[in-house]
Design a protein around this ligand. Structure first.
Ligand code: MLT
Ligand code: ZN
Length: 455
């Protein structure tokens, strides 16, 4: 029996092979990264996941685990001939116990948050893509989002997990004892491993008490430097949940996309602060800016203000196929690093517009590059732009990926960031978990670099 026949014989699993049906699984949603052709397997149980992995191992065919396919670094874009293992069908949510709930890998973050909110709790992971992004994908990529400042990245939210190993065996650490100091942290190793070590099927997600009342402040600083200079004051705001930033031009782009006027001037740089608390807690910002550069919203209204940050990705995608560089530098270097990045882009091409926004509290800047003429930036120019931007970031002691991971897009930069010894150690870890190299090959690590000679 060929592989698609073997997959079709697995109970609780549907299989797609038709080009139209697999199209949404083999390309990323920005349209920049395209893989395949591939077979898509959609199991609905852990047993079926295990059977898919075993069938692929027997056939020597690579497996690319995939959640909501909302990633931005081509980590779930399959090489030709691979099987995409979509985990979206594992969408059950269990009961809360010990402050955490076991959720199937395919539960969306929006559904997890609704589940939590109905119990006066929050999952603490706020992504603009939360309607599609899944718990398993968030775990596999150590996703961040707006509220890292308060709740940490996915790593901090995960109390346990279950995963299928590359030989089909099941590793069950869904409910480790709250205090358990036995041996290596296998759960921690899988978080952020981008589907290269095992297939995460369930995640035990910590839930925290929900914020009492959310208040959103938008502050329209006259320049990015002024916004960065205000960080120490803003970080002291009582009940701070999120501290984000967007160039005024990025806000104006969102306003145009939504056909909704921006409530503040877009000449400089906006900062968005979200507070766990009532309006009067915002008094602390009165000295930073005049009243006509501050907007405050609470209750239902806050989403109307927050959308000028939250819907930036969507507004950018509506204008063309962006080159997305997600970088971070120490907050104290943000202002000069941002200026150096803007200069570098302008020097590389006058035809490219940088759209800058991100997570101010963590020094995280999303550098989105758009062709001014619309459409797509030619790949050769995209490579050059990536090079000049990431070199600047490294020169400022920053990171070439603060939030989105390495995937396939940033693989060439891993060694520059982490050094050859750490990459070699990562390779040995990969080989230990996945000796046949069939799990998401080419993501994070270049399959050819650092591989041990076969004996
Ligand atoms: C965001 O912060 O909005 C996300 O990381 C998405 C993006 O960078 O486009
Ligand atoms: Zn982000």
């Amino acid at each position: 029996m060929d592989l698609s026949g073997a997959l079709r014989a697995i109970a609780d699993c549907s299989v797609l092979t038709d080009a139209d049906a697999v199209a949404g699984y083999v390309a990323d949603w920005t349209g920049r990264w395209r893989g395949g052709p591939a077979i898509v397997a959609r199991p609905r149980t852990v047993e079926a996941v295990s059977a898919v992995v075993r069938a692929c191992a027997a056939a020597g065919v690579p497996v690319v685990p995939q959640g909501g396919n909302t990633g931005l670094v081509a980590g779930a874009v399959p090489p030709a001939g691979a099987v995409v293992l979509s985990l979206r069908g594992l969408d059950a949510i269990g009961e809360v116990s010990d402050g955490a709930v076991v959720a199937g890998a395919g539960v969306t973050l929006a559904n997890l948050e609704s589940f939590a909110a109905a119990r006066g709790l929050t999952c603490g992971l706020s992504l603009a893509s939360g309607e599609s992004a899944t718990v398993g994908g968030a775990a596999a990529t150590n996703a961040g989002g707006a509220e890292v400042l308060r709740y940490g990245t996915a790593r901090a939210r995960i109390a346990g997990l279950r995963a299928v190993l590359p030989d089909g065996a099941v590793l069950d650490r869904r409910r480790p004892p709250p205090k358990d100091n036995t041996g290596y942290d296998l759960v921690g190793q899988l978080v952020g491993s981008e589907g290269t070590l095992a297939v995460i099927t369930d995640v035990t997600w910590r839930l925290d008490p929900a914020p009492r009342a959310r208040t959103v402040l938008a502050l329209a600083f006259p320049s990015p430097d002024a916004a960065v200079a205000a960080v120490p004051v803003l970080r002291g705001l009582p009940g701070l949940l999120a501290l984000e930033w967007s160039d005024g031009a990025a806000v104006a782009r969102v306003a145009g996309h939504l056909d909704a006027p921006a409530p503040l001037p877009t000449d400089g740089c906006w900062v968005f602060a979200e507070l766990d608390g009532p309006l009067d807690a915002a008094g602390a910002v009165d000295d930073l800016l005049p009243d006509d550069r501050i907007a405050v919203a609470e209750g239902e209204d806050r989403l109307r203000l927050w959308r000028f940050r939250a819907r930036t990705t969507e507004a950018v995608a509506a204008a063309g196929v962006p080159v997305k560089l997600d970088v971070g530098v120490p907050v104290e270097s943000l202002a000069p690093a941002r200026a150096a990045i803007v200069d570098a882009v302008a020097g590389a091409s006058p035809d490219v517009e940088p759209v800058l926004f991100g997570h101010l509290a963590e020094g995280n800047l999303h550098v989105n590059l758009l062709a001014r003429a619309g459409g797509r930036i030619p790949e050769q120019l995209a490579d050059r732009l990536e090079g000049v931007v990431l070199e600047r970031v490294l020169a400022f002691g920053g990171t070439v990926s603060a939030e989105h991971g390495i995937g396939r897009a940033k693989r060439a930069w891993l060694g520059r960031q982490r050094g050859p010894e750490q990459v070699a150690l990562m390779r040995r870890i990969k080989d230990a978990w996945d000796p046949a190299g069939l799990l998401n090959p080419g993501a994070v690590l270049d399959p050819e670099v650092g591989r041990r000679p076969s004996s």
